[in-house]
Design a protein. Structure first.
Length: 334
């Protein structure tokens, strides 16, 4: 069993009112397009000319890309390159302004509250607010979340026993449903978004690019952590949800367009109550689903509405590993 960790940041290094910053990062057009092709292939993330005809009106970064870059900046700056014990989730994330090609992002972490765990003496929790600003001093994203941190000198929890493997090939479903305009969408309707596989090489690539903590980037070192093995970044799990949502939506859109007019969707202003409930390990496959919970016409965008949904991801063992509540702009009526 590994002994107490005496290096890096610990729970005792965080205090309410503390502010931590780091070096900035510039986002290129190629960065924006590459992430979009991998996870969020909507026209306003892929091509300037196509973007001009969309809700966004210009090429902008995916919100999931911005959030992933926030994790990279957090890790490099306020966390000083040290691994935490992970995060149980995000209370609220808001995308305030679009990230544009050439923007330089900087991160500020404010610690709002700390508390020691009452059930696990090896750790504590810090409730924080992460703010990303562009080079013009504008906040582009805020994220209220909690991070788990090891306590200095405490005996760490033993690593979990994890069986990892190679996930089976995932076959794209051939089902399709009519995609309604939001005015006609049924509250309570659930759409199966299909499955996404997490092979080790994909986990490593995402972790090295956006979340370079040892349990996402080093299979051997990950075995000695409390996770017990290589596992996906929470942002990888979230980006995979978006990929599955778009694949399903594209299939439904094509099915609908063959029969008449099909609605389009726009970007999201943010989400809340994101929970990473169980680790997603190398070899896991996660099946996602979304359920429409509410809708309303937009007062500021005529012809558009906001759709609200509960979203979940379930692994091959039937365990819910991921959930959050989303909102997205959706064409209200023809």
């Amino acid at each position: 069993m590994p002994g107490p960790d005496t290096s890096g940041l610990h729970f005792e290094d965080f205090a309410a009112g503390q502010v931590r910053t780091g070096a900035p990062l510039t986002v290129s057009r190629d960065d924006i397009v590459a992430f979009a092709r991998a996870f969020d292939a909507q026209p306003f993330h892929l091509d300037e000319r196509l973007a001009e005809t969309t809700f966004a009106g210009r090429l902008i970064a995916s919100g999931w890309h911005t959030a992933s870059l926030g994790m990279r900046l957090l890790q490099a700056g306020p966390m000083g390159g040290h691994s935490s014990l992970g995060s149980p989730g995000i209370a609220e994330l808001r995308w305030l302004k679009p990230v544009l090609p050439g923007d330089t992002l900087s991160a500020t972490l404010r610690v709002d509250e700390t508390r020691a765990s009452t059930s696990k003496p090896d750790r504590g929790f810090a409730a924080c607010l992460l703010t990303l600003e562009n080079g013009r001093g504008e906040a582009v994203m805020t994220q209220a979340f909690t991070v788990m941190l090891a306590r200095r000198g405490a005996e760490p929890a033993p690593p979990r026993i994890v069986e990892t493997g190679v996930p089976p090939a995932v076959v794209e479903p051939d089902d399709a449903e009519i995609l309604p305009f939001l005015k006609d969408a049924a509250i309570g309707a659930t759409r199966d978004l299909g499955a996404y596989a997490f092979p080790a090489e994909a986990i490593l690539a995402f972790g090295r690019a956006y979340d370079p903590q040892v349990f996402h980037t080093d299979p051997e070192a990950a075995k000695a952590t409390h996770f017990g093995g290589l596992c996906a970044s929470g942002w990888h799990t979230a980006a995979a949800y978006m990929k599955r949502l778009l694949a399903t939506r594209a299939r439904d859109h094509a099915h609908t367009a063959a029969r008449g007019q099909a609605p389009t969707t726009g970007p999201s202003p943010g989400f809340r109550d994101m929970r990473w409930l169980k680790p997603v390990y190398a070899g896991d496959t996660v099946r996602y689903a979304t359920t429409l919970t509410d809708k309303r016409a937009s007062a500021s965008r005529p012809g558009w509405g906001l759709a609200f949904a509960d979203n979940v991801g379930v692994n091959q063992r039937g365990e819910t590993v991921f959930s959050f509540k989303s909102s997205v702009f959706w064409q209200w009526a023809p």
